[in-house]
Design a protein around this ligand. Sequence first.
Ligand code: CU
Ligand code: ZN
Length: 191
Amino acid sequence: MKLYSHAAITAVLSAAVLVATPNVLQAQEQHADDHQAMHDAKLPKHAVAVLASTSDSDVKGVLMLDQMEGFVRVHGKVIGLTPGEHGFHIHEFGDLTKADGTSAGGHYAPAGHDHGAPGKQSHAGDLGNITANDDGVATVDIKAEDLKLHLVLGRSIVVHGGKDDLKSQPSGAAGPRVGVGVIGVANTEAK
Ligand code: CU
Ligand code: ZN
């Protein structure tokens, strides 16, 4: 067995480091570029929520969410409602395991404001009310200024049986949940 001197081993290791370092740096730069490109290109800009009725309702609906410059447009139609106003929110979880919709949790509120009217000083998920006509149909077209689409993917849209009074805590006293749907990435080629 041949013994190498400490100096010889150090020299060999240094040479190896000199050879390896540029490749490592290049690989790191490449990774950072790839990551940025992926980030820019792949953030979903269009989502959809298909509302299903909870246990005691016949509410159904389809809502589209589009990331625009500085706001999210929420638009579509909800049917099977009682005529009048209905609380309309984004809730924290996309968990519809409970038939009454309560597994969707409370209003999506990452900044911790109180419940209120739509805007920057209330829950981000506070979208106010939608209004159903005498046929129980609500046509929705809302500008949600306080939302980023990619942060609500996998959460849910909830329609309530009653009107959101825009002030009662923690959720506007809007009554039971009558329609719930998970916000998912839209297949924009399926049109
Ligand atoms: Cu709600
Ligand atoms: Zn709220």
